[in-house]
Design a protein around this ligand. Structure first.
Ligand SMILES: [Zn+2]
Length: 233
């Protein structure tokens, strides 16, 4: 009976009418996320199966993280870029939720992303949140939370300082600026806990480092990181 059921589920997912999140063609998608062509061309990193990967190495000598991984490789003009773009600028909230759910299921198979107590998205400043209407990283967090059955919260890590208009600053100045723009509210929520901090894209890692730095200041807190994509430096 179980076999029949899962066969039927598989059949349903094959004919599921959702459009591919990347090309938006009305062709069959895998689990309502991507068509086979886009799935094939989007490069999954599989970093979650290897603890010493390109993602975690980017933080070596900077901050002590437990595990780190990104779902896709971010290539300029590539499919991961269009996914992130539609999530951030075209109001496609389901991209964050669906990718989060899918990645959450993958993380459950990893020996490194275990015993996570809380999922926390990189926060947006209130003004940016108001402009966009949502936090794209929070949607990704929500999807992961659903798949892993682990709570998420946007009430612990906040961003009271707006750092969006810093294009005229140097790289070092920007880094310093980012470092002091996050704050921890209610540290009791994460004391003695393993936190999964999530964001959309990892590039220099300045933002994730600044956030993680705040989180590990709370007594006996362990931090792991996950993003939708990793860009090259
Ligand atoms: Zn497609």
């Amino acid at each position: 009976m179980k076999t029949l059921h899962s066969f039927f589920d598989g059949f349903l997912s094959l004919i599921y009418p959702d459009l591919c999140l990347v090309c938006e063609e009305n062709i069959p998608t895998i689990k309502g996320i991507l068509c086979t062509g886009c799935q094939y061309r989007l490069r999954e990193t599989k970093f979650h199966l290897d603890r010493e990967n390109e993602f975690t190495k980017r933080f070596w000598g900077r901050i002590n993280i437990h595990a780190g991984a990104a779902l896709y490789r971010f290539v300029k003009e590539g499919r991961a870029q269009s996914l992130i773009h539609s999530l951030k600028y075209d109001g496609k909230k389901e991209v964050g939720l669906k990718l989060g759910k899918s990645y959450g299921r993958s993380l459950l198979e990893s020996p490194y992303f275990t015993k996570i107590d809380m999922i926390i998205p990189v926060p947006l400043h209130a003004r940016k949140l108001q402009l966009r209407g949502y936090n794209q990283s929070a949607l990704f967090a929500q999807g992961i939370s659903e798949a892993m059955q682990i709570p998420w919260t946007d009430k612990v890590l906040v961003k009271p300082v707006n750092t969006t208009t810093q294009t005229k600053k140097s790289r070092v100045e920007r880094f310093e600026n980012v470092r002091h723009s996050f704050e921890i509210k209610s540290p009791d929520e994460i004391r003695n806990k393993h936190v999964l901090l999530v964001d959309d894209v990892l590039t220099t890692g300045a933002t994730l480092e600044a956030c993680a730095e705040k989180l590990v200041q709370v007594e006996n807190t362990k931090v792991s990181l996950a993003t939708i994509a990793i860009g090259s430096l």
